[in-house]
Design a protein around this ligand. Sequence first.
Ligand code: HEC
Length: 157
Amino acid sequence: MDSAPSARKITRPRPKGPKQLWVSVIVLWLIVAGTAAYVLIRFRNAGPWIVPDAAKLLPNPVPVTSSSLTAARSLFLDNCAHCHGDRGHGDGPDAALYKPRPASLVQALRAPSITDGEIFWKITAGRRLMPGFKNQLSDEQRWQLVNLLRTFPESPG
Ligand code: HEC
């Protein structure tokens, strides 16, 4: 009998080349980095949103007038409604894409102790998925938005 076939069977598989090793290292790294990024975004600052006392006490310099509310309305529709919904109920078209879901501003603002300064600070600073608007909107525009949020009706629609 010819011994060639069994000799072929015991041929060892080629040892992994350096290229395959690099691929494994990169894939592993991507998995670790991806998990870390997810955990950071999902759970960082997960507790109550702490606003400095000095910011809470800032008075709103923008008077509530119908023209400033109209201006704020269009700012809100352009910058905020896709997440928070047209009337701030957290039901904008993109809301489902976010975890945690964008806050219902109506619910947040119903807290009796919340000050204009606090809302202004949150719009300015942002947190997690809520972008900060410090650079996109002027101080006046952000105060106008605070006034607008105060006018949102409690029930949606
Ligand atoms: C990308 C989606 C997104 C956009 C755009 C966005 N927000 Fe938010 N907003 C969020 C999320 C998510 C939270 C909750 C953040 C948290 O608790 O970490 C939030 C929270 C808030 C809060 C705090 C509510 C509370 O619980 O005290 C205010 C006020 C607010 N947003 C106002 C605005 C205004 C005004 C705009 C537009 C200028 C805006 N947001 C644009 C997603 C968004």
